[in-house]
Design a protein around this ligand. Structure first.
Ligand code: 9G3
Length: 567
């Protein structure tokens, strides 16, 4: 391909809205253009990268026994009514009406659609297991689309669905997918971790996320320094202290006037009581019931763990008016003593002694509060976020945290959808059984952005060779010099004939501009043709990830390139 023909509008400056490096560089390097919030056009260079990613994904899905299909993006409301999910996602689901006023969703995912399809055409265990997948746009009306392709409202996903006769079969399909995903991320040359994850509203119980490590990642990962325990912090288990502090004597409960003191920090200053000796009392509505969730003053409540533990459909923070009317005080003066609602306390709080909290009276706090004597929790549960230094739940190691970008998520769904949609098969005894399912997603467009997050420097992108838009860029220093032009074209033709993907920068631009653009768009190998090339029959070769150039005999260029590209 000749650069003079290629549509890649590079930019010197980047819109201020681009906060993370992949968003900045994909815009600057002419890979994407924003149409509207969270909706992008993939320009030719991005298309070339996306095709390489999807080719690798497709190969590994097929190798694992997947069969590719293409499902509709337009999905009838009835499907989602049957599964009970039409209203579950609220505003996040893009909806539209057809000319007859019938309602549809733009597919955010395809469990309902694929389960209905398989139910209608698979009637016997003989047709199972079945692994069907697609690579296609998904639509989710994110409240705050941002970070470019990282959180778009239209994005490319590979979603595979597995159908088995029983849970043993599901385990096998799940393992096959787990291994296929590992091969995919190895082949993409991304530094990733597999972590235990929360299954969320999708249902089912077990799920794993594939995380590309990056400082700008939205996900927080907790992992053990010794064993292979790793979990999304939404899921990470916290242990109670093995040897809890000695049972200090219970000091007498004291009510203290604390005018205007609302936060944990206020009380640290006002009463000289450290955060660790205080508790946080957070009020939630579980459907229409007000409940209290309590963690130690220096901890963060994990709402996902809380919701998974206490159930209910909706769980959201209660508003202050409701809290005032039921507890008698506003935020900042709340505590468990005398509170008339169910109180869920974190494991750690159950071992605290003589701590401070609000007195359920504005401008008053209690000190020397003790469990049992002063209040009875409804349940003692693991509801705090794990933090660096916590004990590993699997071994004697301690936990560390790191940030990651979720690029894949695999789930064991069980019969959640087959029961809701009455999708059954006849087993070998002629018994009607629900299909046992799994679902497996890869964010294709997000993976391209994650690759940039993980592979960039001050000059631009460093594409991993397996997904680079071109493998080699040839830069003649002066395209007006006929000899340089001829040599460039002959090397271009020779490499192309060997199947190497080459971009020849034949633009009439200064060499400096060409070098900057080559670094910006991130082509792994750069061949420079200059006056020296002609005198000494050598070209300069530079790997994008190395600092120095090497001189290569013109006669050895093809072999040298092939060795690098094929290694
Ligand atoms: C919706 C909307 C947003 C959603 C969903 C449904 C996430 C939804 C979970 C999944 C689970 C897996 C198959 C591929 C891999 C992920 N956001 N999820 O179900 F209606 Cl608006 O999509 N699905």
């Amino acid at each position: 391909m000749k650069a003079s023909q290629l549509f890649y509008p590079t930019l010197r400056e980047v819109p201020s809205e681009a906060e993370i490096v992949s968003h900045q560089l994909l815009l600057r390097a002419g890979f994407i253009r924003k149409t509207t919030a969270g909706v992008y056009t993939y320009l030719p260079l991005a298309q070339r990268v996306l095709k390489k990613i999807t080719d690798i994904v497709r190969e590994e899905m097929n190798r694992a026994g997947g069969q590719e299909i293409m499902m509709p993006i337009i999905q009838p409301r009835e499907l989602w009514e049957k599964s009970g999910r039409w209203s579950l996602y609220g505003e996040e689901m893009f909806k539209l009406n057809d000319r007859h006023q019938r309602e549809f969703a733009l597919g955010p995912t395809h469990e309902e659609l694929i389960t209905t399809l398989v139910d209608s055409d698979v009637h016997s265990y003989k047709g199972l297991p079945l692994l069907l997948y697609q690579i296609q746009n998904k639509y989710r009306d994110e409240i705050r689309p941002r970070f470019g392709l990282m959180r778009g409202r239209e994005f490319i996903m590979k979603d595979l669905y597995s159908f088995d006769i029983d849970y043993e079969g599901l385990d096998e399909s799940y393992q096959k997918m787990h291994h296929a995903y590992q091969r995919i991320y190895e082949r993409l040359e991304l530094d990733y971790r597999v972590v235990q994850a929360d299954s969320g509203a999708i249902g089912g119980n077990e799920s794993h996320e594939f995380m590309v490590l990056a400082e700008t990642g939205e996900s927080e990962i907790v992992y053990c320094s010794l064993c292979d325990y790793a979990a999304n912090v939404e899921k990470a288990v916290c242990l109670a202290e093995e040897n809890p502090p000695a049972r200090k004597e219970y000091k007498s409960l004291t009510k203290v006037h604390t005018p205007g003191q609302k936060t944990i920090k206020d009380i640290v200053g006002f009463l000289d009581i450290p955060e660790q000796q205080q508790i946080k009392t957070l009020m939630y509505m579980k459907d229409d019931e007000l409940i209290a969730a309590i963690v130690r003053g220096d901890r963060d409540l994990n709402e996902i763990k809380l919701k998974n533990l206490i159930g209910g459909n909706q769980l959201f923070m209660a508003d202050e008016a409701t809290v005032k009317s039921i507890c008698g005080a506003g935020f900042g003066s709340l505590g468990p003593v005398g509170m008339k609602v169910k109180i869920y306390i974190d494991l750690e709080v159950a071992q605290m002694r003589n701590f401070a909290c609000g007195a359920n009276e504005d401008d008053y706090h209690y000190t020397n509060v003790n469990i049992g004597r002063d209040f009875a929790p409804f349940a003692v549960v693991d509801i705090r976020n794990a933090v660096e230094g916590d004990r590993c739940p699997c071994c004697e190691g301690s936990l560390k945290t790191i940030r990651g970008i979720e690029v894949g998520h695999i789930f064991k769904l069980g019969t959640r959808y087959s029961e809701a949609l009455e999708a059954t098969f006849l087993d070998s005894h002629g018994q009607e059984k629900p299909l046992v399912m799994g679902c497996y997603g890869i964010g294709i467009s997000r993976t391209m952005a994650a690759a940039v997050e993980q592979n960039s420097d001050e000059n631009g992108i460093l594409w991993p060779l397996p997904i680079a838009p071109f493998q080699v860029i040839i830069v003649p220093v002066n395209i007006k010099n006929q000899e340089q032009k001829d040599l460039a074209e002959s090397i271009y033709n020779e490499l192309t004939a060997k199947g190497i993907e080459v971009l020849l920068d034949d633009r009439d631009e200064r060499a400096g501009v060409k070098f900057k653009d080559a670094d910006l768009i991130g082509i792994p190998l750069r061949i420079t043709i200059g006056p020296k090339s002609l005198q000494e029959n050598k070209i300069e070769m530079k790997k994008r990830w190395e600092k120095e150039n090497t001189l290569v005999d013109i006669s050895a260029v093809t072999k040298t390139v092939l060795d690098i590209v094929l290694e």
